[in-house]
Write a protein that binds this ligand. Structure first.
Ligand code: SF4
Ligand code: MG
Length: 334
C-alpha cells in the first residue's frame, strides 16, 4: 500500500523560560523522535493519556505548530513526496489545502457570528477555489455530504446540536478537497450515541473521498472502532505501533497492557484484571532516565533505569519500544 504521510524523527521541544529576561532553562519534549507512516485510505489512531503530546504531534504535521526537527513527507497529488518541514509560505499554503484539522470542541471552533454558509465558504474564498453562484453550489454540496440540509445554511452555530456542529466543522475541513485529515479528539465532546454517528460519517467520507486520517483520541473504544493502525504515545514518544487487531489482542508494551486493562472488556473469557499503574505520568519537562515508563512499569529491571529502549520489530508492522518486548508474559494479553 502506498503511503500518504511518512514521519521520521519528529521532535517538538518547547523551551522553558524563567525570570525577567526569559532565560531558557530547559525544554519540554512534547514530541520526541516519533516515526510513523499513514497509508492512503487508512486511519492511523493515536492514543495516550492527556498531555502526552498527541495534539502537538498532530499540529506539527501541518506546521500549525512548528516542529523542532525531523521530516514530514507528504505525498502530493502527482505522487511525489513533499518535505512539509522545508516548504516556504506559498508551498505550505498549497499543502494545507490537502491537509486539514478537525478539532475537539465544535462549540468553540465555530465563530458564533458567522452563518453556516460563511463558515463552510470561508476556506473556498481564502484559497480562491470558488465564488458567486459556484461558491453557493459547493457549500450546498459540502453540507449535504455531511448529512445536513441546504435549508440550514443561513443559520448560526447556536441553532445546532453538538453533533450537527461537528458536522459543520467536518464540512469546513472538506471544503478544500483535502486528502488527509488530522482529527484531534473530534468526537470527545459528544454523547456516545452521537459519537457513533460522527465516526460512521467519517468512515463513509473516507471511502467516498479516499481520505486518510490521523485520528487522535484518549478513548481506546473510539480508537478501536475507527483505526486501521494504532500508535500508543507516552510522554512524547510512540512506544508501540501495530494494526488495530494485533494491538488489542497482542499488546507487547507494558504501558499498552495497562491502558487496555483499564477499559472494560466485553469478552467474558478474558481475564478482566485491571492493572493499576503506580505513580504519576512522567513530567515531560523532566522525564525519568532510561525508559520513561520505568518508574511505573511492573516489569522494570535495572537496565530500564539507565538505557532508553530501542524500537524493536516484534511482528509484521508491529514495533515496540521496550527492552523486553516479546519476552514478557503480559497479564493483559489473552
Ligand atoms: Fe518496562 Fe523496562 Fe520495558 Fe520500559 S523497557 S516498558 S521499564 S520493561
Ligand atoms: Mg490533546
Amino acid at each position: 500500500m502506498e503511503s500518504i504521510l511518512r514521519v521520521e524523527g519528529l521532535t517538538k521541544y518547547f523551551p522553558i523560560r524563567k525570570g525577567f529576561l526569559g532565560r531558557t532553562v530547559g525544554s519540554v519534549k512534547a514530541v520526541d523522535d516519533v516515526r510513523l507512516t499513514v497509508n492512503k485510505g487508512e486511519t492511523f489512531g493515536l492514543v495516550g493519556e492527556s498531555g502526552c503530546g498527541k495534539s502537538t504531534l498532530g499540529r506539527c504535521l501541518l506546521r500549525a505548530t512548528e516542529p523542532t526537527g525531523g521530516s514530514i513527507l507528504f505525498r502530493d497529488r502527482s505522487g511525489a513526496e513533499l518535505d512539509v518541514g522545508r516548504l516556504d509560505k506559498p508551498g505550505l499554503r498549497n499543502v494545507r489545502r490537502d491537509m486539514q484539522l478537525v478539532f475537539q470542541d465544535p462549540y468553540s471552533s465555530l465563530n458564533p457570528r458567522m452563518t453556516v454558509t460563511e463558515i463552510v465558504g470561508e476556506p473556498l474564498i481564502c484559497h480562491g477555489i470558488a465564488k458567486g453562484s459556484e461558491l453557493r453550489r459547493r457549500v450546498v454540496e459540502l453540507i449535504e455530504m455531511v448529512g445536513l440540509s441546504a435549508r440550514q445554511l443561513d443559520r448560526y452555530p447556536h441553532a445546532f446540536s453538538g453533533g450537527q456542529r461537528q458536522r459543520i466543522c467536518i464540512a469546513r475541513a472538506l471544503a478544500t478537497s483535502p486528502r488527509f485529515l488530522v482529527c484531534d479528539e473530534a468526537v470527545s465532546a459528544l454523547d456516545v450515541s452521537v459519537q457513533a454517528q460522527i465516526l460512521n460519517l467519517l468512515r463513509e467520507l473516507q471511502e467516498r473521498l479516499e481520505l486518510s486520517y490521523l485520528f487522535i483520541s484518549h478513548d481506546l473504544g473510539v480508537i478501536r472502532h475507527i483505526s486501521d493502525k494504532v500508535g500508543v504515545m507516552y510522554v512524547g514518544k510512540l512506544v508501540e505501533t501495530a494494526s488495530t487487531g494485533e494491538l488489542f489482542e497482542r499488546p507487547f508494551h507494558p504501558y499498552t497492557e495497562a491502558l487496555l486493562s483499564a477499559k472494560p472488556i466485553p469478552d467474558p473469557r478474558r481475564k478482566a484484571e485491571r492493572i493499576v499503574l503506580a505513580g504519576e505520568v512522567a513530567n515531560p519537562a523532566n522525564p525519568p532516565s532510561g525508559c520513561y515508563f520505568h518508574p511505573r512499569c511492573p516489569y522494570a529491571r535495572d537496565v530500564c533505569k539507565t538505557a532508553a529502549p530501542p524500537m524493536k520489530q516484534v511482528a509484521k508492522d508491529h514495533v515496540v519500544a521496550c527492552h523486553f518486548a516479546g519476552e514478557l508474559q503480559l497479564r493483559g494479553a489473552l
